[in-house]
Design a protein around this ligand. Sequence first.
Ligand code: FAD
Length: 428
Amino acid sequence: MIDTVVVGGGISGLTLTWRLMREGREVVLLEASGRVGGTIRSTVHEGITVEHGPQAFPTTALPVFDLITELGITDEVLVAREAARKRFLLHKGKLEPLPQSFADIARSPLLGMRAVGRAMGEPLVRKAPNPGESVYDFISRRFGRAVAERFATALVAGVYGGDARDLEVGAAFEDWVHLERTHGSVLKGAMARPPHPAHAPNNLFTLRGGMERVTAALGEALREQIRLNTPVERIERDGDTLVVRGPDLRAREVVVTVPPGRAAAMLPELADLRGIPTAPIAGVHLAFDALPERTGFGWLAPMDARRDVLGCLWVSSGFPDFAGGKTVKRLMIGGTRDPGAVELDDDALVARAARILREVEGVHAEPVFTHVARSRIGIPQYVRGHLARMRRLQAAMPGLSFLGWGYTGVGVNHCVQAAGSWRGSSAS
Ligand SMILES: Cc1cc2nc3c(=O)[nH]c(=O)nc-3n(C[C@H](O)[C@H](O)[C@H](O)COP(=O)(O)OP(=O)(O)OC[C@H]3O[C@@H](n4cnc5c(N)ncnc54)[C@H](O)[C@@H]3O)c2cc1C
């Protein structure tokens, strides 16, 4: 019998396996496909590095940077150009810079004076924790409705491809709820944070060759533990052990890191798995010759601005090494705003992306390179009730636990962090 079977070879399953292997535990990772990395995938076409999933790690991704250090690949880290600090929000048909200081907020046309006053008064708003509260309601309560409408809907589109009114703040932005609980205010809590450690990148970062370099390095280090082309069909309890059908292994612990829809097929008796919806999303790369580069890392569209796009990343502005000498933009389309969009064919998605760039950025040039990547499974949505649902799931079967973007945090950094703090099934 094996100590731990990890199901799924994305960043979550790989990081957990890496940790357990280094602790001297017996661990086997089962991956359905012929490659590791899952959603993280980087391919190179005509000198352009195309990310199919995440584009870059944020500065807050310290657990990811620690993992990269453990793997001995820090010399491959690529930090974004200074320009990438600047982001924009689509507002009344124009791109307005996202405020980066209190002075910027007061000057920005994104909020009127009354809304600015309301937002600045956040530290004075009494804390009123509200289990199950949506992201939109939390931001409205603390900062006012205008901030929720303009910023929260755009941020949720950018991170989740989702709707701020549907997502549970305690699950989707756990940090904010924590800051309210511990400091009585999100702003006060954010200002009390320790300074950024000097050894870690202080801007967005990735690796030469793309994000997949991290999962490929884990894959190389874990060759003995990983079984590729090994889909799990069912997980069953048999006395004190769990039986993993497909490869037919017996284990003390099984950690499921596959998306909820896939997990539901392995564990049909756990109805809660069907209560975690996902939002399909498409990324459309367009590359141009001789198009003046914008300063910034792109823009987000609040819900009231447009529904045919979630946002656009200015890849070449932040990471020229990924652009093969071209100006490269990546438009994110779909999500809960337009879930059917991923089913459009490539030509229709490219035409939509080009039209959006024309209307928003005034780009009339023809792209010299296009690429469409779809995530049909889509981004998990931590809809209200997610935390309660997860408590039930983590306790549903002795020895069984759930980890990864379907359950414990949707960003790569959350996945790495959750794998680092995994302590086994709460029901075992
Ligand atoms: C378009 C897009 C953009 C994103 N942008 C960002 C970003 O900018 N920043 C960020 O932090 N995050 C971003 N993310 C999210 C990030 O990609 C995920 O958090 C992370 O990759 C999830 O990793 P995971 O290991 O939890 O799951 P996955 O990557 O989904 O891995 C699950 C694995 O399980 C395998 N599997 C499935 N079924 C079975 C089975 N039956 N048996 C065995 N194995 C199975 C799959 O093949 C897969 O390899 C983005 C995601 C998408 C789609």
